[in-house]
Write a protein that binds this ligand. Structure first.
Ligand SMILES: Cc1cc2nc3c(=O)[nH]c(=O)nc-3n(C[C@H](O)[C@H](O)[C@H](O)COP(=O)(O)O)c2cc1C
Length: 285
């Protein structure tokens, strides 16, 4: 799947990802109102990844609906990512998403750089339980919850999410990080703190998936630093039953989806596996 926030805000770029082989699309996180995000600079490329603090720029749920309706004919599932400050706001966004025809919802309760949203909610198990319970009572499409690596109570969080009836856990969002500009002597990003993604965070994502797999029975979708087929296989072995790719679209182009699938197939063939299910969670045994 394409991870939320990377080339997934308008129907044209989403269609390109689909044409290049993405098996599902998670769209940019959407809130109730249009939001500009933070002033530049909002992104910086480092040796092993990218730090961003975009500040959740998005067109808001009404304009998003116009874009997403253009994709109604596509057979590839569209997963609508939403962020909100409380359960009522999540429910109103989710009802709209369901009306737009998305296949599932992904709750962004893990963005590390948006005040009042994201991670500020995603570290509170009872608040998360309340949000997921409300959603499950009022909508019929599956609810995925995307968790953060920037928390100490990951097990408690995912168990609260599972208990509330969520259909899957998505792990991980970006890792809190900072780059200081040596010339100006100040943090490079306008928001100072951002979220790290790309190759450098893969071991963190794999560790989180491994811990989550020991704590819950619902499916896990792995994301974080997946750039090659072998990266995806590591996530499967840790317990993920599907994966998402974000930053690697930047490094390898939209063709990354087809390339990673080919690399998974040839690794499996060379190592005597015939089904992905033979790989899921083997590292835990
Ligand atoms: C520029 C950028 C924007 C992102 N925007 C979102 C977002 O709107 N919602 C969200 O849940 N995650 C967002 N993410 C996080 C990614 O979906 C993903 O969890 C993270 O980048 C780790 O995966 P990767 O290493 O494959 O990029 C964003 C990441 C980047 C790099």
């Amino acid at each position: 799947m394409l991870a939320s926030g990377i080339m997934d805000e308008d129907a044209g770029s989403i269609q390109r990802m689909i044409d290049c082989g993405a098996g599902a699309i998670v769209t940019k996180s959407i809130g109730t109102q249009p939001r500009d995000g933070y002033p530049n600079p909002t992104i910086i490329e480092l040796d092993y990844g990218i730090i961003n603090a975009m500040g959740l720029p998005n067109p808001g749920i009404e304009l998003y609906g116009e874009e997403i309706k253009k994709l109604r004919a596509t057979k590839v599932p569209i997963i609508g990512s939403i962020y909100a400050a409380d359960a009522d706001e999540f429910v109103s966004l989710a009802i709209k998403m369901q009306q737009y025809g998305v296949s599932a919802l992904e709750l962004n309760v893990s963005c590390p750089h948006a005040k009042h949203y994201g991670l500020e909610i995603g570290c509170d198990p009872s608040f998360l339980h309340e949000i997921v319970t409300s959603l499950k009572q009022q909508i019929s499409i599956p609810v995925f919850v995307k968790v953060s690596p920037n928390i100490m109570n990951l097990t408690e969080i995912v168990q609260a999410i599972e208990k509330a009836g969520a259909d899957a856990i998505v792990a991980i969002n970006t890792v809190k990080a900072m780059k200081i500009d040596l010339q100006t002597t100040r943090p490079f990003l306008s928001n100072k703190i951002g979220g790290y993604s790309g190759k450098a965070i893969k071991p963190i994502g794999v560790r989180c998936v491994y811990e989550i797999a020991q704590a819950v029975d619902i499916p896990i979708i792995g994301v974080g630093g997946i750039t090659t087929g072998e990266d995806a296989i590591e996530y499967f072995m840790a317990g993920a039953s599907a994966v998402q790719i974000g930053s690697a679209v930047y490094y390898r182009g939209p063709e990354v989806f087809a390339s990673v699938c080919d690399e998974i197939k040839s690794w499996m063939k060379n190592n005597g596996y015939t089904k992905i299910t033979e790989l899921i969670g083997v590292a835990l045994q």
